[in-house]
Write a protein that binds this ligand. Structure first.
Ligand code: FE2
Length: 432
């Protein structure tokens, strides 16, 4: 056994443990009634996410990598995300909370045994522990989804966290990114998913991009200026949706005599003017940008602003460099239950001087979700390829609810342009 194999096994065990601790926290914070209840037709009951996390782990690590006998082949169909829509999942004969916990624990015990014996090279699935990394990210992604379900849940607060750090200084304005090629995507990041691959050169014309995400105060100015009532700022589809859905402000915002307030995990407070706005859909983001005389950045613009180092011409793993995210770099991992005010992470700035690209709020881009040149589906088409096309917009950078294992400079998320139960915000760009 090599030193590298030992290192990978330790890393996987640590990361699997961190993911499970978070899943446990999110599913033990509420009672069984809240676990099986549907808090929104947009979301699964929490108990479905819990057993689905275990089922994916069983499929990929126990059966595929480990070559072991199935634990519960009979439940595969119930927890196949492509078989049942979220709104229908409460109607299924799901495992109850006690059974779901027992099942995920049984699977995890087997996986830790597989981990002790599995090779860490030889096939693409096990190379540098890829399949384990995929499952770690899958569980953390469901944890973020469960956190969004908590945000939609009615009732007394059950989650708490300390406030994010205060800003070290003001961050305003925009930076000019010069025209030129940069390397987008990755062919070397060991746990990067198929849609982040391969690395390829992209020419990006000169553009300006905001140094910080759009804040609550900036967004409130758009509302106060009548932005929701003026079809000039909205795309045709966006205006139709704004009217049909009755949009007047971000999700979870309410107005009283003293101004706008927002509700975070059961607690309602006046909005913090300096915090990045969150819970806006793509149509709202694009309308704001048009009102401001700007536009959303393309995905390539966002990634160049985040990764391109003009001193070396190289693309970094993260805006601050190649080191994994530390607490000083970005607001990640549910450490705080809200975005941090603009300027709170000076150590996370990109070489071009752009702040808070990673963490705080997912950032909508103008781009549809497509495969990069040379894209190869891996390990299965359902991971990304079936979502390619004009229906989905790409989001970048992760939110306060994203774990550090499930985000990087190349990481791509996607969703429908009407969705805003996710922790989504944006920043603006414009042509130079
Ligand atoms: Fe899933």
């Amino acid at each position: 056994m090599t030193h590298e194999t030992d290192r990978l096994r330790d890393l996987v065990a640590t990361e699997l443990g961190r993911a499970r601790d978070r899943t446990t926290l999110l599913t033990e914070a509420v009672d069984d009634g809240d676990l099986v209840r549907q808090h929104s037709p947009l979301m699964s009951p929490l108990v479905w996410d819990l057993a689905h996390v275990g089922n994916q782990e069983e499929l990929w690590l126990v059966r595929d990598v480990g070559g072991r006998e199935p634990v519960r082949r009979d439940i595969d169909e119930l927890y196949d995300a492509f078989k049942h829509s979220r709104r229908d999942r409460t109607q299924l004969p799901l495992l109850d909370p006690r059974e779901a916990r027992k099942y995920t624990a049984t699977v995890r015990d087997k996986v830790l045994d597989v981990l002790d014996h599995a090779p860490m090279e030889g096939t693409p699935l096990v190379e540098r522990a890829f399949a384990f990394g995929m499952i770690v990210q899958h569980e953390q992604q469901h944890d973020e989804t469960m956190l969004a379900t908590h945000q939609l849940r009615a009732g007394a607060p059950v989650l708490s966290a300390p406030p994010p750090p205060v800003p070290a200084g003001k961050v305003t304005g925009e930076v000019l990114v010069p025209a030129g090629e940069f390397t987008m995507g990755t062919s070397t990041e060991p746990w990067a998913l198929d849609n982040e691959r391969p690395a390829h050169r992209v020419f990006v014309p000169a553009f300006h991009i905001d140094r910080a995400p759009i804040t609550n105060a900036e967004y409130a100015a758009f509302i106060d200026a009548g932005g929701y009532d003026d079809p000039r700022w909205w795309t045709t589809a966006g205006w139709d949706h704004r009217q049909a859905a009755g949009l007047v402000a971000p999700l979870h915002w309410t107005r009283d005599v003293s101004g706008w307030a927002s509700t975070h995990f059961g607690r309602t407070n006046p909005i913090n003017p300096d915090e990045p706005v969150v819970h806006v859909c793509w149509y709202e983001a694009a309308a704001y940008a048009a009102w401001a005389g700007k536009r959303l950045p393309t995905e390539a613009e966002w990634e160049k602003a985040a990764r391109w180092d003009p001193a070396t011409g190289r693309s970094l793993r993260y805006p601050w460099g190649d080191d994994p995210p530390g607490v000083e770099h970005a607001n990640l991992g549910q450490r705080h239950l809200q975005p941090a005010p603009v300027g709170a992470y000076p150590a996370g700035v990109s070489p071009l001087g752009v702040h808070q690209l990673i963490g705080d709020a997912w950032e909508w881009t103008s781009s549809d979700f497509h495969g990069y040149p040379g894209f190869t589906p891996f390990p299965y088409r359902e991971y990304s390829e079936v979502f390619f096309g004009p229906d989905y917009k790409v989001l970048r950078g992760g939110s306060f609810g994203t774990d550090r294992s499930a985000v990087r400079g190349t990481f791509r998320n996607w969703d429908y342009p009407i969705r805003r139960q996710i922790f989504s915000g944006f920043r603006c760009a414009r042509d130079a």
